[in-house]
Design a protein around this ligand. Structure first.
Ligand code: PRE
Length: 373
């Protein structure tokens, strides 16, 4: 007998009988879905032929497709689930036009790999690079189509190497990804209390500082070049007192046990990544623009104010302002500025034209659809 009224006993034949019509309908719907997916893929292939040698990846169009689907969604699937499914559909459709190769700051099992996969979906060929420089260089040399590199973390600030490469690279920023950073404690052993040595990237050590101080105060903290390298070293040791911090994906990749999850001090800890490539996306309606600017005698407050004044006058929101010293130029700085809007939007274009007259250097690194987290 079933203990819930109206539901058949889960062990009985009556359950199978109750499921049968639902499964029949699911089979019929799956056949329709497959037919529609094939029709969609054929349209994408036709688009690919029309594009010829032009860029096949169109981030502004993908952003519009995802936003439209999210708005159309009436449930019961969550908006994020629907986005993920359509992200994968577009990834496969795009691969029919032409498969993409995407470099990322590796090695495998890093948060940057997770960001690249999330942005480009399962059909993209991901290529791990040892440094941010190498990830960009491969794309510059047209050995790969796009690069995904970290640019800032909500608790640790800017990724300086990425910023330093932006003024000179011929690549354009054509997308961004934001990723919540959740760290795990992972080890060949099974007991968190036994951990006496911890390998991790310095940022991971900083992001988990309170947890480590409270729960593993005596453990030695050893900074290494990446979280994946930390996981590799912990796995190689084969010892229960050695652990690594980093993404759960690295535990799977290196055969470690996850001893604790979500040990980052700030649960809203987020990293933003830039997607760089050769093409510039058109406006999607929900865009961000990244600029590199140098002001004359930037150390004088007045020059900076004058430079940024068009933004406030034209109602353009500035979402980020970061400065970096110019190498070899004592007390000279370049500014990395993010604003809302696309460089082709009327007000943004006017503000940029005015800034160009006031700046000693101004480069639009790119306009791209804002990330949906
Ligand atoms: O609309 C296009 O340009 C397409 O190539 C189709 C499509 C899609 O599957 O919807 C695929 C890849 C592009 O990045 C954008 C959209």
């Amino acid at each position: 007998m079933s203990d819930q009224p109206g539901r058949p006993d889960p062990t009985s034949e009556s359950l199978a009988a109750a499921l049968a019509p639902h499964r029949e309908r699911i089979d019929a719907i799956d056949a329709q879905l497959l037919d529609l997916l094939s029709q969609r893929a054929a349209e994408a292939r036709a688009i690919g032929t029309l594009k010829g040698t032009a860029a096949v990846y169109r981030p502004e169009r993908e952003a519009q497709v995802l936003a439209r689907i999210a708005a159309l969604n009436a449930g019961p699937l969550h908006e994020n689930a629907v986005r993920r499914i359509f992200r994968e559909i577009m990834s496969e459709c795009l691969a029919l036009e032409r498969p993409l190769t995407v470099t990322y700051l590796g090695p495998q099992g890093t948060f940057t790999e997770q960001a690249a996969r999330r942005h480009f979906g399962g059909a993209a060929q991901l290529a791990s690079c040892a440094t941010i420089d190498e990830a960009l260089r491969e794309v510059e040399a047209r050995q790969a189509d796009y690069a995904v590199v970290p640019v800032e973390n909500s608790s640790e600030g800017a990724v300086n190497r990425t910023l330093d490469l932006l003024p000179a690279t011929p690549l354009r920023a054509c997308g961004e990804v934001t990723l919540r950073i959740h760290h795990c404690l992972m080890s060949p052993g099974e007991d968190a209390a036994a951990v006496a040595r911890i390998y991790a990237h310095p940022q991971a050590l900083a992001q988990c500082h309170e947890y480590l101080t409270r729960h593993l105060p005596a453990a030695e903290r050893l900074p290494v070049s990446s979280n994946a390298e930390a996981a590799r070293l912990a796995a190689q040791s084969g010892q229960a007192h050695v652990a690594a911090l980093g993404p759960g994906a690295a535990a799977g990749l290196y055969g470690l046990n996850v001893l604790e999850q979500n040990i980052e001090d700030d649960p809203s800890n987020t990293t933003r990544f830039l997607v760089l490539g050769h093409a510039s996306p058109g406006p999607s309606g929900q865009d961000r623009t990244t600029l590199v600017v140098a002001a004359p005698q930037a150390e004088h407050a007045g020059a900076m104010h004058r430079l940024l004044e068009p933004f406030s006058r034209l109602g353009i929101s500035m979402t980020r302002l970061e400065s970096r010293p110019v190498r070899g130029g004592l007390w000279q700085y370049v500014f990395f500025i993010d604003i809302e809007g696309h460089a082709q939007d009327r007000d943004v274009a006017q503000a940029l034209a005015e800034m160009r007259e006031r700046a000693t250097f101004l480069k639009v690194v790119g306009s791209f659809p804002r990330a949906v987290s």
